[in-house]
Structure formats: structure tokens, C-alpha cells
Design a protein. Structure first.
Length: 466
């Protein structure tokens, strides 16, 4: 066998993403709050990037965005993004500070120089912190506050504190009871563990400390002053029959009427399966819409526009552009400014491209671009704020050749189920027929999937007994 080395030429096609394209895609996919944070970070690290003042608020023509075009002329032909190894740029700033007396005189004479924050302008972050509501009390903190007032032996007190630490946000004990014994750091017996858990389960909100949903419901029923013996019996002994909607069978086994069983099930349906969420519930996140759709009554149409103030207007500082044009800078300082001007220009172009794409998404665009553009974006309409992804659910065609979205099919399926005869509900095959009757040809497995998504139980469980 002979081994040797040879050279070969091979031609193939590859798509290589340029740094500018990568940055543009990253900017496009950022949610609005993340984009604002990205811009703020860029302004802290890039001295040539500055925010435009709103018109009429002391803006100076000498600081117009046209500085970007001057930078383009100076950087003509340079299209490779250069990323410094030292992100802090401390040495580069030091060189700029030591450029000499001429530069100091220039700064004193220049009308361009303006501090990034006026002396009278309040720190926005600090103001936001001052106006932010205090964090809500967690469930565990709430339970510990109650537990200190429970009168019991010292060892039970220690065990109860450990149990509370292992209750999740829904209110359930997230660990096996025997495994908590070693965390108490004292000899513990099984009876003491059970006694401590029983006391923890008396705390508010009612139902916390349960090990499963059945125990959670029983705790809530047993704490009720009314007679709930039937409800307790149903949960302990007939839960499977209730899930299968076998009311006549349950009535026969319990010696109660179907009406009494239905009334007891109604009581059970109002129990809280996740009582812990009553305390420390996560607040709804604040949403800033990226696009606003408004109704024009005069022309009877809708118009779309980007949310004003969602992203600050940026520009390249004329001061630094003029410094390069003036000449006389050390080569390393000039290179530092050129790289930052180039980086700032790319960021500004990426943000403008993002704005253009978002508007095009509302009007129609390639599905691949939509997937990237709508992620984490929101649309404000006259009826509320919706995720942009809500409007791109895909769809099919009716027998009449009209396009219909999957969400529309789900809505029609829900409508059919709502209007069916509950004493003889539709099977999945029958639901397929009803949808076909209205021009929507959908497979049975698709109907079953959508029914599950809509949390519509199967026909046997939708059946009612009068």
C-alpha cells in the first residue's frame, strides 16, 4: 500500500455571512427592551456614537447626522469590521486625552462638545429604581411569617421550617418527606415529620404543603365549615369515574342522585389546584409595542407605524469626524476613531433596517424573515396589544379556494362544540364532518390535536346527564 500527499482544487458554493449581515440579523431579532439595552451599552463603549436631540429642544445644526456621511468619505473602501481585543479601550482613551494643547483648545472652542448628561438631568436608572414597586413577598416568606406563631415543640418547629423551604411556588411539597429528615440536623422520627407537615398544611393559603393534587383538594374541603363528606368521598374513591364522566355509575355506587353528584362536582371544580400562586404571583411584564396599528375613520382603513420613542435616534459625532479630517492624530488614535465610526455606522444602518423590516412584516414578507422578525415583538391595535407571531399562524384553503388560518379553524371547532347537543356530543369523526360541511377539510388527527390544544375533552367526557 502506497501513501503519498497530493494537492487538489475543488469548487463549491458556500454562503458566508459578513459581519454586517450578522449584526443586522442580531438587531432584527432583539425585542425592543433588549435593543434599548444594546444601544445604551454601545453608547457607553463607543465615544463617536451619540443620541439625537428631539427637534425644538436646543438642537444644533452643527451637530447634524450628516457627520456620518463625512465619516463614510474618510473610511471609503474600508468595509471590514475590526473588533478590538481590549473591550475596555482604556489605553485608547488615554491616548486621546494626551493629544496635546491644540486638542484641548479645540475642545474649548468647539460648539459640538456637549456632555452626554446635563448636570440638571436626573439619572434615569436611579429614578426608575425609585419608582419601581417593592418586590412582592414570596410564598416561602409568607409561610415562614405564619410559622413562627405556631405553638409546637422545638423539633417540630425546626422540621416545619425545613418543609416550608421545600414548598414550590404552586404550594406543593417538592421533596419526599423522609428525605427532609437529614436537613433538620437533629434526630427525627417519622411521626414527627408527619406532625410537622400536618401543621404546615394548616397555614394560609389553604391547600399549601400538599404532596399531590388530591391531597391539596382534600385539605381545602376539610377546612370548610360546611359538610363536604360527599365531595371528599368522590375525590377519595370515585375520581376516575368522574374523569370519565360516569355520573350514573357514581350515583349508583354512592346512593346519591345524579343531581347531587353534579352539585358536588361543581364544588370540587372551584377548588384551587395551585394555591401557592395566591401569594407572590408573578407580575405581568411591561410590554412596549414595536408597531402601532391605527384606524383612520376618515378613509375607513388601517395604517401602521413604528412606535415613537421605542428606540432613540442615533448619529455619528461630527466632532470626531472633523478630528480625523483635520489630521495630525497619531496613527493608533486615528485607527481607533475609524473603527468606532465604522462600528457606529453599521449599528445605525442595522437599526434602520430593523425598522423597515418590521413595517414590511405588517404588510407581507417572506416567511423566513417573518420568523426572525416577529420573535419577541408586539403590535398595538385598537383592541389591545398582541404578539406579532399571533398574526402568522399559517393556514389552508377552503373548498371554495379561500385562505383560512389555523386559528380560524380552531375558532370554528370551538364554536361547533359550544353549540352541540351536550346530551349527545359530537365525536371527532362527527366534528370532521361538521367542519367539512362549512368548507374546511381537516383530517381527524388534526381535529383531535386542536381539540386537545383548546382543552376540549373527548365526547364521552362532554356528555351531560339531565
Amino acid at each position: 500500500m502506497r501513501l503519498d500527499i497530493s494537492q487538489q482544487m475543488k469548487m463549491d458554493q458556500r454562503m458566508v455571512l459578513a459581519p454586517r449581515m450578522i449584526q443586522s440579523m442580531e438587531i432584527l431579532q432583539l425585542p425592543i427592551l433588549a435593543l434599548q439595552e444594546r444601544i445604551e451599552q454601545e453608547m457607553l463603549t463607543n465615544p463617536v456614537l451619540e443620541q439625537e436631540e428631539p427637534e425644538g429642544e436646543g438642537s444644533d445644526d452643527s451637530r447634524s447626522p450628516e457627520g456620518a456621511s463625512g465619516a463614510d468619505e474618510e473610511l471609503e473602501g474600508e468595509r471590514t469590521l475590526q473588533i478590538a481585543e481590549d473591550n475596555s479601550k482604556i489605553r485608547e482613551f488615554a491616548r486621546l486625552d494626551n493629544l496635546g494643547d491644540d486638542f484641548d483648545d479645540y475642545l474649548r472652542r468647539s460648539s459640538y462638545v456637549q456632555p452626554r448628561r446635563g448636570g440638571d438631568e436626573r439619572d434615569r436608572k436611579w429614578e426608575a429604581m425609585q419608582n419601581t414597586a417593592a418586590p412582592t413577598k414570596s410564598l416561602n416568606e409568607y409561610l415562614h411569617e405564619q410559622w413562627v406563631f405556631v405553638e409546637c415543640e422545638e423539633i417540630i418547629q425546626k422540621i416545619g421550617a425545613v418543609i416550608i423551604d421545600h414548598i414550590d411556588e404552586s404550594g406543593y411539597l417538592s421533596a419526599e418527606l423522609p428525605s427532609l429528615a437529614e436537613k433538620v440536623r437533629a434526630p427525627v422520627e417519622a411521626e414527627q415529620l408527619e406532625a410537622a407537615l400536618a401543621l404546615v398544611q394548616t397555614l394560609e393559603p389553604t391547600g399549601v404543603g400538599a404532596r399531590n393534587i388530591v391531597e391539596c383538594m382534600l385539605i381545602q374541603l376539610q377546612s370548610n365549615s360546611e359538610d363536604r363528606s360527599l365531595e371528599i368521598d368522590l375525590i377519595e374513591n370515585h375520581l376516575k369515574d368522574l374523569e370519565m364522566n360516569r355520573y350514573p355509575s357514581v350515583a349508583q355506587k354512592t346512593g346519591r342522585s345524579v343531581a347531587e353528584i353534579k352539585k358536588a362536582v361543581e364544588v370540587i371544580s372551584h377548588l384551587d389546584p395551585r394555591p401557592g400562586l395566591q401569594v407572590g404571583r408573578r407580575e405581568t411584564p411591561y410590554i412596549i409595542p414595536d408597531v402601532i396599528v391605527m384606524y383612520d375613520e376618515d378613509n375607513d382603513c388601517y395604517s401602521a407605524q413604528l412606535s415613537e420613542g421605542s428606540t432613540p435616534s442615533l448619529r455619528i459625532s461630527r466632532m470626531y469626524v472633523d478630528m480625523i479630517k483635520k489630521g495630525g492624530l497619531p496613527s493608533d488614535a486615528k485607527e481607533f476613531l475609524q473603527n468606532n465610526i465604522r462600528s457606529a455606522r453599521w449599528l445605525i444602518e442595522s437599526i434602520e433596517q430593523r425598522k423597515s423590516t418590521l413595517l414590511r412584516v405588517v404588510l407581507g414578507i417572506h416567511v423566513a424573515t417573518v420568523s426572525r422578525a416577529v420573535s419577541g415583538k408586539y403590535l398595538q391595535t385598537p383592541t389591545g396589544i398582541y404578539p406579532l407571531r399571533y398574526f402568522f399562524s399559517g393556514g389552508t384553503e377552503t373548498t371554495a379556494g379561500e385562505s383560512v388560518s389555523w386559528d380560524a379553524i380552531k375558532a370554528k371547532l370551538q364554536e361547533i362544540v359550544d353549540n352541540e347537543d351536550k346530551t349527545n356530543p359530537y365525536s371527532d369523526d362527527k366534528l370532521v364532518e361538521e367542519l367539512a360541511r362549512q368548507g374546511m377539510n381537516v383530517a381527524r388527527r388534526t381535529v383531535a390535536k386542536y381539540r386537545s390544544t383548546l382543552r376540549i375533552p373527548p365526547a364521552r367526557r362532554r356528555k351531560r346527564f339531565d
